[in-house]
Design a binder for this molecule. Structure first.
Ligand code: IPE
Ligand code: IPE
Ligand code: MG
Length: 251
């Protein structure tokens, strides 16, 4: 049986976040320029988006360019921006009825990219089959710092009381406020770290790491990650016995 056939279709994670890592090493292993890896990576993004829709994943959040990635050699940053501009194709989203969103410090991106992103978000805003989110110029520390600033301004303006600030208010001023927290976070490329991605939101996310470089990631790998997720017991701080009892009461 394939991994896909083994999946419990009634327990597909609602939100899957992916750290798409390993493009550069994939290329270097083949004696190619790092950019070649990014080009292949973009093709995989398109396929995985379609796979996610097919599996019934409601939110797919892809770490595409981090705040720290601005520190890469200028030539690589320029190549990545060029690829981004070329590949924001609203036709693909419209065909799949997928809503497109971005999270991150979008104001740092070149103006033509910002315009294209905004247009694509506007033209897909009514689709609700699935939502694909690109994290661009994104990092959690940037996002949480921005949230602190927003709440401080509201307090100074008298709109809120500092003592009213609770977790849901903080979540409400994060860039991700339109979606649930990720159920599953996948990192490809062999590194076991989060690299400043969705740190607040992944407090209770199941983490999955694989060695496959992003350009080699595919539907089978995605299903393998989901299958591992389905074998885990999410306890949210409770005991296994409590979780079992809750499950029984639901049935
Ligand atoms: C991920 O691949 C893509 C981006 C960060 C833009 P990398 O470019 O980090 O590839 P490796 O980790 O160097 O192999
Ligand atoms: C994380 O990958 C960022 C993206 C995948 C966009 P990096 O390759 O930048 O992460 P580090 O530097 O290895 O932690
Ligand atoms: Mg990397």
């Amino acid at each position: 049986m394939t991994y896909q056939e083994q999946l419990d279709k009634s327990r597909i994670p609602q939100h899957v976040a992916i750290i798409m890592d390993g493009n550069g090493r994939w290329a270097e292993q083949r004696g190619k320029q790092r950019t070649e890896g990014h080009i292949r990576g973009v093709e995989v993004v398109r396929k995985i988006m379609e796979n996610a829709v097919e599996l019934g994943i409601k939110y797919l959040t892809l770490y595409t360019f981090s705040t720290e990635n601005w520190n890469r050699p200028e030539q690589e940053v320029t190549a990545l921006m060029g690829l981004l501009f070329k590949n924001i194709e609203e036709d693909v989203f419209i065909k799949n009825q997928v809503r497109f969103r971005v999270i991150g410090d979008i104001g740092r991106l070149p103006a033509p990219i910002q315009a294209k992103l905004n247009e694509c978000m506007e033209h897909t805003k009514d689709f609700d089959r699935s939502c694909m989110v690109l994290a661009l110029s994104y990092s959690s520390r940037w996002e949480i710092t921005r949230a602190a600033r927003i709440l401080a301004e509201k307090a100074v303006n008298g709109e809120i009381n500092p003592s009213d600030i609770d977790e849901s208010m903080v979540s409400g001023v994060l860039n991700t406020n339109f979606m649930p927290d990720p159920d599953l976070l996948i990192r490809t490329g062999g590194e076991i770290r989060l690299s400043n991605y969705l740190l607040w939101q992944s407090a209770y996310t199941e983490l999955y790491f694989c060695d496959t470089f992003w350009p080699d990631f595919n539907m089978e790998e995605l299903c393998k990650a989901i299958l591992t997720y389905q074998k885990r017991e999410r306890r949210f701080g409770k005991t296994g016995a409590q979780v079992a009892e809750e499950k029984q009461n639901q049935n």
